[in-house]
Design a protein around this ligand. Sequence first.
Ligand code: GCB
Length: 620
Amino acid sequence: MRPVSVAFCSLFLLFSNILAVGQERQIINIENRNSLNLNGVWKYVVDPYQTGYYDYRRDARDQQANPSTAETLFLGYKAQNPSDRVEYDFDKSDNLLVPRDWNSQKEKLFYYEGSVWYYKKFDYPTPTAGSRQFIYFGAANYEADVYLNGKKLGKHIGGFTPFNFEVTGKLKTEGNFVIVKVDNTRGLEKVPTINTDWWNYGGLTRDVKIVEVAGTFVQDYYIQLAKNDKSKVEVSVTLNGLDAANQSLTIEIPEANIKVNCTTNGDGKASATVVAGNLTLWSPENPYLYDVKIAHNNEVLADKIGFRTIQVKGTEILLNGKPQFLRGICIHEENGVRGGRAYSREDAQMLLGWAKELGCNFVRLAHYPHNENMIRVADELGILVWSEVPVYWTIQWKNEETFKNAQTQLTDEITRDKNRASVIIWSVANETPVSPERTDFLRRMILTARQLDPVRLVSAALERKAKAGTANVQVVDDPLQEFVDIISFNQYIGWYEGLPEKCKTAAFEIKFDKPVMISEFGGDALAGNHGSKDARWTEEFQEDLFKESLKMLEKIPQLRGMTPWILADFRSPRRLLPDIQDGWNRKGLVSQTGDKKKAFYVLQNYYKVKRRAYENVVGR
Ligand code: GCB
């Protein structure tokens, strides 16, 4: 056993303190806990006027002592006799699969934005005495009101983060029913706001489960290398339950010969720093994951965790102390082959498999937290991850509720993924217009990320513009640069601005002694559409644009990575051109059916060269 120092330090303990009203603390590592899967076939009712939720005076029925059984959908009421007026019937309603968005399952819901009621019946075997149960949702886009057996459990806001509600004592052995009103109506004050360049897929888009845990259980933990220190593992655990204080816990990494015993403090929290000796470090070349066990009483929670350091030093990004070039690609959470939002392990394997084939060691998961399978598969495949929250384009910067919403989404994302070695960057925004209010909003977001996770890097996809008085000297004129670890910006010279030829004369002036990462560049091409390199929408145009862009970007001395836009074509309501776009953003290097376009190979070759160039670099 290694020497261990146990300290009740406050690092990490900030998790769980940022909670939206009515939200319960997130339980992490759901996939390794005892659970009953509620995925599969659900009944649904489309309710565009929210008749099941509001009465004719627009009073919320779930605030009423005796809501009408005739129209209150969350009661799941069945007519008792022929004279009974009940204006809905879940049993007679149509089916939807969960997890999945509704748009890609039913033609009539393709463009639908509004309320849909989901309904599922289930039995629950008598729970072990003293155990507790929670209903867990991987995500529901965008708002979810959750009811169990006719009683409200709670509401969740935000389309891409997990949430859970306690249901201990509320489950019956037979005939439970869960009803969820999911509403994907866009709104100016929401995060994201009304204008995005991706499809607003609605529904229960990720797993739904009943999770069973002990009366006092491991709610959350953090097990990662100390900041910039390969020889120490920091461990912290939070218990939830009436007996959370003064509890013994054991954290074991058998293969590394690590066993830590610690005792929780009065808040049910314990932390320790462990001398780790010679851990096999996680990296894209060797994505080594250790089996980790967290034991409390008779409960043992298992996880697989990789250990690596990440830091920025001057203009270098160092992984385990070694300079990196982030050979990346942007990815939307969409499986165009099947249609709809990606959610499964198989979806993640397909998308990240394409990225691997491209030669990537890095992906930017745009523009919102992707499902947990993506992160876990990235851990397994050795792909570094940029994780983002949907603070996209215009947001109500002055609205404190909007800020809290964004902050909660960031907190939930970090809470879920803080043990994944693959995740190295938290991104707080994409292409936001510079103003004092916006910079203050994002500075507070960055502060939140740093408080929750002092180890990882923080960035945001910024914009650039031509320097005043010059034709093509590009500068990033954004005060946020001061607060981020990596200067990342999107640029579309040759697509939204001029033709690829324009890349030849572009120069970049970067004022900060920080690494630069190009978070987007690219242009549209319809797969199979061939022609001259001067003809837009052809594979040849996109191929030429990639060649010119890469040559141009190479001129930036501190260029340390890029994530061109984008791995695969994706649906967007903003893309209106018949026969070419037909509702798809065509900037993918792969078509929605998996055909590789010519530009795919340009980038693949570039990454081969970059990889070789960085293979033997020990430092600069
Ligand atoms: C951008 C946005 C991205 C869009 C892309 C485009 O700058 O960040 O969400 O999809 O451009 O294709 O215009």
